[in-house]
Unconditional design. Structure first.
Length: 73
């Protein structure tokens, strides 16, 4: 799998009214909201590294939820 290199840009698909604080991206990459990152740092938590700003170039609303086979949990 290829490494995601700067500049970091993303297109997001929104299921519901708002985007969440945590999004699983391709591979082992995660997208976290600024609110999540700030709370993480303020609580002195460790285990995540490599926080980099991501430019969100587009957010589109999904017409319906993905099929249950695509859900993780």
């Amino acid at each position: 799998m290829l490494t995601w290199l700067p500049p970091y840009r993303a297109q997001l698909v929104r299921y519901g009214e708002e985007l969440g604080d945590f999004i699983e991206a391709s591979g082992n990459d995660l997208l976290l909201s600024e609110r999540f990152a700030q709370a993480f740092w303020e609580e002195g938590l460790t285990g995540l590294e490599g926080f980099h700003p991501v430019e969100v170039v587009r957010v589109r609303r999904a017409r319906r939820l993905p099929p249950p086979a695509a859900w993780r949990g």
